[in-house]
Design a binder for this molecule. Sequence first.
Ligand SMILES: C[S@@+](CC[C@H](N)C(=O)[O-])C[C@H]1O[C@@H](n2cnc3c(N)ncnc32)[C@H](O)[C@@H]1O
Length: 284
Amino acid sequence: MDDYERFKRNILARTGIDLFMYKEEQMKRRLTSLKNKYQAATFDEFFRMMESDPEIMKACLDRMTINVSEFFRNRQRWHVLEDDILPALLSGRSGRFKVWSAACSSGEEAYSLAIVLSRHLPAGGYDILATDLDEKVLAAAERGVYGETSLKELTEAERSRYFYKEADGFRIKPEYRAPIRFKKHNLLADPFESGFDLIVCRNVLIYFTDEAKAALYHKFSNALRPGGVLFVGSTEQIFNPGEYGLESIATFFYRKAVTTGDGHASVPDRPARSSSSGQRVPTV
Ligand SMILES: C[S@@+](CC[C@H](N)C(=O)[O-])C[C@H]1O[C@@H](n2cnc3c(N)ncnc32)[C@H](O)[C@@H]1O
């Protein structure tokens, strides 16, 4: 077994992070540059350094989890969610609307969902589970204070409508915090909750191997209620959605088939075509 293989095993045993399921080339490059920064000659030596120095362990965890996020990332997709997907999901539906922001990083995605849902449902009409592997980003998410980079998609009007301006940034208003439950969760190891109307999992699947992705698509499909929708990132198209009981309803949106009484999968009506395929002024 080579040096890096041993390192992956050690990391799995020590942290529960399974680097065997992340694309090798990119991850190895990121970790090699960190190993070199600490002047470790081998990954074995690097792991020993991490074991004796929590700061190095922390730096390594940071390097493995890529935490970049922002409010309404790829805004045009959020317009499709709000204008087309959500009305179809909500039509004729009763009960609490259940959403999961999987790999939510520092919370921008979960709060974007809370903002969108507040425009369509009464307070208390929806729950958002927001999970990530990394406790550090979850603590930032719980705090809910953001700088310019996270808010670059938002207009001045939106900033003052959804945030309080404070000395160290913009604090999300409590009504958008209330429906969210932040929780530590490893997509590659922990059990999934179920019965979701909408699962948003964006900009993390790209880091996983094809095998890990396929296993996750099955698990997301099982976690959706029939007719529920999976919203993925803008480089994360699923090429064979039917294999997972999903069908593409718009670019980067996949709906779980509804099984009919005779055991056949039926395809629910498509949502109306987007009227917002071009750039448009954000709604406040
Ligand atoms: C690039 S961020 C994406 C954040 C947000 N979804 C977005 O699109 O802006 C990727 C996140 O995936 C998380 N992550 C990586 N591996 C994970 C795993 N196995 N389980 C859960 N979260 C994971 C990282 O900690 C990081 O916060």
